[in-house]
Write a protein that binds this ligand. Structure first.
Ligand SMILES: [Zn+2]
Length: 267
């Protein structure tokens, strides 16, 4: 009986061992594994680890080299560097836009500040326990086309704006929008200045998805959702020029290119 129990324990032991890809690409999630005694630090923070030893982190759009610190016990400390494949980001040039559309008028500043506070507070929430994060992401909408890729550098009247932070998936108004993975809704707002009808979902350990310009939302803040659950519908609310979903994915506020994971098949 004892022997059988030991054998079962041995079989159930997870396949630990430190692993990291040999090279990574900009604007992607990176998965790896750790030994139970090891701790990994990235940008000064300890990286959360799942029960089976797997961890997840994100490489930003502009990262040149991934630098991590690996600690094992009290004395062993190693700095690891992983080369990052550089991507060429497209540049969108828009000339002759009226200046009040580029710089928000003073009257709007109060509203924008309030909405930014709301977003920051939501993004800081971690309603799920540490070491929980998704390995697979469901396509949030059946798009007719990708109307703007992630990462494009916008130049308006010759001035560099923030790069495009998500993936624009064009679809007819009213097309259902689904949660990309299991999680908890951390923000559900009807009318934000830039993003209109907006939903943010935390999927665990700081992995968050965002859904903007929605014509309607069917979830409220605090609600638990499953991957593929309908959370709203495509619209053109906020600063938008036609019905589309602006879809974002991030880990600890580091945005990644959603196309890098939506092309991977879920098991
Ligand atoms: Zn967009």
């Amino acid at each position: 009986m004892m022997k059988r129990a030991l054998l079962f324990l041995w079989l159930a032991a997870p396949a630990y061992g430190f692993s990291l890809p040999d090279s990574v690409s900009q604007a992607t999630f990176v998965y790896g594994t750790l030994e139970p005694s090891e701790k990994l630090y990235y940008r000064g923070q300890q990286v959360p680890v799942a029960k089976n030893g797997t961890f997840l982190l994100a490489v930003s759009r502009d990262t040149q080299e991934l630098t991590l610190t690996l600690k094992d016990g009290w004395f062993s400390k190693k700095t690891l560097t992983v080369p990052v494949q550089q991507r060429v980001w497209p540049v969108d040039r828009i000339e002759g836009m009226a200046s009040e559309k580029v710089t928000p008028p003073a009257a709007l500043k109060k509203r924008l500040r309030r909405e930014q506070k709301l977003l920051d507070a939501a993004r800081a929430q971690r309603p799920l326990k540490e070491g929980v994060f998704p390995f697979c992401f469901v396509k949030p909408v059946e798009e007719t086309r990708i109307s703007a890729p992630f990462g494009a550098q916008r130049m308006i009247n010759g001035v560099a704006q923030r790069p495009h932070s998500g993936l624009d998936m064009a679809a007819p108004e009213g097309t259902p929008v689904k949660a990309t993975a299991d999680g908890v809704v951390i923000l559900s707002e009807e009318d934000m200045f830039y993003t209109g009808g907006t939903v943010l979902i935390e999927h665990g350990s700081g992995v968050q998805s965002g859904y903007s310009h929605l014509s309607r939302r069917t979830v409220q803040t605090g609600e638990t959702v499953k991957a593929g659950d309908v959370i709203g519908a495509v619209g053109s609310t906020g600063r938008s020029t036609g019905p589309h979903l602006h879809f974002t994915l991030a880990w600890n506020n580091i945005r990644i290119d959603p196309q890098s994971i939506l092309s991977a098949r879920c098991p």
